[in-house]
Ligand binder design. Structure first.
Ligand code: GLC
Length: 748
């Protein structure tokens, strides 16, 4: 049983933090190199505060192409004066080299710059959005994709990405679900570790490595009403179950940076949450890296009502454990005077500066500040054709087949005509999703282009209807006519890229505009059709799933998305994607996740009074977590324990026998869930604890063996006690969280 000391009186912590640091607190301080310590001794207060300032790399806004050299006299002058420790949103080996040159040859102390960008799912080659990548349940492929992202970004001068997003996504009204790995804390932790290792490589100093930054710490996806930037009201203990594990896993994987969230948790904004930034992150997890605010978060503190002005906000942030100020221009201009007036202990400023300098040293920036600014390497690596192939493969594996009545899919390759209807049939502007970094729209393979590549002789009738247009009888008539005249019919529907992601919470996350009218008009023909949904979240739109014979959730599939979708539609690849978030029937059910807790009055699912549920809605999702169809069918056996109560040192092996009962070869994702039956705190009904893929030929049968790791069975029985598993554990396996069979394991 592990006890973690927690300080119950948070306000006192602020004082203690300063006191402890200035008195060389007992907490072990990381050893800093002589070079870093010597630099600190030479720095003026202004230069110290300057190192903590992260600002835009140029004055013209983000330029994804970074072709022409960007000149920013004001930025260069600030760097020359030692007022900048890092820049963001400037790309290109040449542009970033210029700023690095100013920093290392024209400033007094010649300290190199951190150069950051949101490389969230690709740099120039754009992979499926993170929620789509998560649907692949292929950690190796995700890792390979993010390694390519790091290769391309570092070739273009970037040494810091503001990724991975490790927020839990349990509310589809929240637009940033698109950036997450879904609703399972255990799976999000696994995906996060794969991403951190891919971004940071084996050595941060390798020119192909970039500093990763886990965000947004903490509870960003659990805001009230799913409203972006709004407060989160979660108990600390429930955060132990859900929000904290992915970040702890990232720290264990060696991540060098954490970004606190904009939102407040129980009234305490992320950048002044001492319990999280100091007690948990620094003391409990022993994190020694960099804490950087989100964009302008310090300047927003007065809006939260916890600081009177920018100066007070800056002090509160650095006292709470923030090291760098992104874009508030708070630390640089106000901290020197705060130290001079005695309002801020210089030891806190030194602590932050040492962390920034130490990260720069780990990145190798002092030894070779231009290693990531090589235009020849940029030309060779950025957008390399091999990367496109990987992007297509991951896009294929991200696609989730939700419905396929009468095996409408895959289409026959002999088909001679197809109607492609909707806002996203020929679209190249939205498939990359909301974080397109340096992706180039005209390089995106649209669905129409993909179909042309896969079926060169097929004739395509494209009807590009509006996205959120008003009822347009003409467009509907054109769509119906095209559908009537074609053998195959595909509706490419969904959300615009910028209607997903940050600042795009939707109270009604259904099909926007007239898209449902389009489905109804085509459905009236009585002819089979497929709906391909491009969006950063599942559409909460019952009629979409009820009226469409076949539905593919394609998320935002990235630069190669169109070909990936076409290959699946025509059977050149099979649907292997599975839902990393369940799809609720209605907004009123939110939140509804596979790991909900039991209640005193369990519901059987259908609407019912006097049980934990609704009288007007079911308590089950429309599509459960882990759901996804194949082009064949499978039969699953119940789980069999290969190791009984003792198990071996690592854990318990569980066997599931699966048979391909269909007529095509196919892949299924065998999933394993557990439930601690008895505990001091009621434990979630189902928690994903393992999965493995099986590829089977028609009629073939095989055993899937999943090892249930002993230490992953422990659970938080209070805010500070991590309880090893004991007693009966329900072990459930199946093709998704809604279709499982169980056995029981007794753990001593
Ligand atoms: C945004 C996002 C954050 C991002 C930062 C820099 O506001 O919240 O995820 O890294 O600004 O672009």
């Amino acid at each position: 049983m592990t006890q973690f000391p927690l300080s119950p009186f948070l306000p006192v912590c602020a004082l203690l933090a300063g006191l402890m640091l200035s008195l060389n607190s007992t907490q072990a301080q990381p050893a800093y190199s002589g070079r870093v310590m010597s630099l600190l001794r030479q720095m003026s207060l202004e230069e110290k505060a300057g190192q903590l300032n992260l600002q835009a790399g140029h004055d013209v806004g983000f330029d994804p192409l970074a072709r022409a050299p960007i000149t920013s006299p004001q930025v260069e002058q600030a760097i020359r004066e030692g007022k900048v420790g890092g820049v963001l949103n400037i790309t290109g080996a040449q542009n970033t080299r210029q700023l690095q040159l100013v920093a290392t040859t024209q400033s007094r102390l010649k300290i190199p710059l951190l150069i950051g960008l949101d490389v969230v799912h690709g740099f120039r080659t754009i992979f499926p959005v993170p929620i789509g990548q998560a649907a692949s349940f292929n950690l190796d492929l995700i890792s390979r994709a993010e390694r390519v992202a790091a290769l391309e970004a570092t070739a273009a001068g970037i040494n810091w990405t503001f990724a991975p997003v490790l927020d839990m996504a349990r509310d589809p009204r929240w637009g940033r679900m698109v950036e997450t790995a879904g609703e399972s804390p255990w799976y999000t932790a696994a995906v996060g570790q794969a991403r951190v290792r891919a971004f940071q490589g084996d050595q941060l100093s390798d020119p192909s490595s970039m500093l990763a930054c886990a965000k947004h710490f903490i509870g960003n996806g659990a805001t009230e009403g799913g409203r972006e930037y709004t407060g989160t009201n979660l108990s600390f203990r429930s955060m132990r179950d859900n929000e904290l594990p992915p970040f702890e896993a990232a720290v264990k994987a060696g991540i060098g940076c954490i970004m606190p969230a904009f939102n407040a948790v129980d009234g305490v904004p992320g950048i002044v949450n001492q319990r999280m930034l100091s007690e948990v992150l620094r003391k409990e997890w022993r994190f020694e890296g960099l804490v950087v605010t989100d964009h302008g978060a310090i300047a927003e503190l007065p809006n939260h009502g916890v600081a009177a002005n920018l100066s007070g906000a800056s002090r509160a942030a650095i006292v709470s454990g923030v090291d760098m100020d992104m874009a508030s221009m708070g630390f640089g201009p106000t901290l020197p005077d705060a130290v001079r007036s005695g309002a801020l202990d210089e030891a806190l400023l030194d602590q932050a500066v040492l962390r920034v300098l130490a990260i720069k040293e780990r990145l190798g920036l002092f030894d070779d500040p231009f290693a990531r600014h090589d235009t020849a390497r940029e030309k060779q690596l950025v957008g390399h054709p091999d990367h496109a192939l990987l992007a297509r493969q991951l896009a294929e594996e991200s696609l989730v087949l939700l419905k396929n009545d009468k095996a409408l899919l895959p289409f026959k390759r002999s088909a001679r005509s197809i109607a492609l209807i909707g806002p996203f049939g020929a679209d190249q502007d939205h498939l990359m999703g909301p974080w397109e970094a340096s992706g180039i729209h005209r390089e995106v393979v649209s669905l129409r282009e993909g179909i042309t590549r896969v079926q060169p002789r097929i004739s395509i009738r494209t009807v590009t209807t509006g996205y959120d247009d008003k009822p347009d009888a003409k467009a509907l008539a054109q769509a119906v006519a095209a559908a009537q005249a074609s053998e195959l019919v595909v509706l490419a529907l969904g959300e615009k890229a910028m209607d997903s992601g940050e600042a795009s919470s939707r109270a009604n996350p259904g099909l926007p505009g007239q898209q449902l009218a389009l489905i109804k008009a085509v459905a009236r023909l009585g002819k089979p059709f497929v709906v391909v949904v491009m969006a950063g979240r599942p559409m909460i739109e019952p009629a979409l799933y009820a009226l469409s014979p076949a539905v593919v959730q394609a998320w935002f599939p990235g630069s190669q998305g169109g070909e990936a979708i076409a290959r699946m539609l025509f059977g050149l690849s099979e649907p292997v994607g599975r839902l990393p978030v369940g799809i609720v029937r209605s907004v009123g059910q939110i939140p509804l996740t596979h790991d909900k807790r039991p209640t005193g009055r369990p519901s059987a699912g259908p609407p019912e009074a006097w049980v934990s549920g609704y009288i007007d809605e079911a308590t089950t999702p429309l599509y459960p977590f882990g759901f996804g169809l194949s082009y064949t069918t499978f039969a699953y056996s119940a789980p069999v324990l290969l190791d009984h109560d003792d198990g071996d040192a690592t854990g318990y092996r569980i066997k599931v026998t699966v048979k391909n009962t269909g007529s095509r070869a196919g892949t299924t994702l065998v999933q394993l869930y557990t439930h601690q039956r008895l505990a001091a705190i009621s434990q979630p009904e189902k928690q994903l604890r393992g999965f493995t893929r099986l590829y089977l030929n028609p009629g073939e049968q095989a055993d899937a063996i999943i090892t249930l790791k002993r230490d992953e069975l422990s659970y938080w029985s209070s805010e500070t006690i991590r309880q090893p598993a004991q007693g009966w554990i329900d072990v459930m396996t199946g093709p998704n969280a809604g279709e499982t069979m169980a056995t029981a394991l007794f753990v001593q």
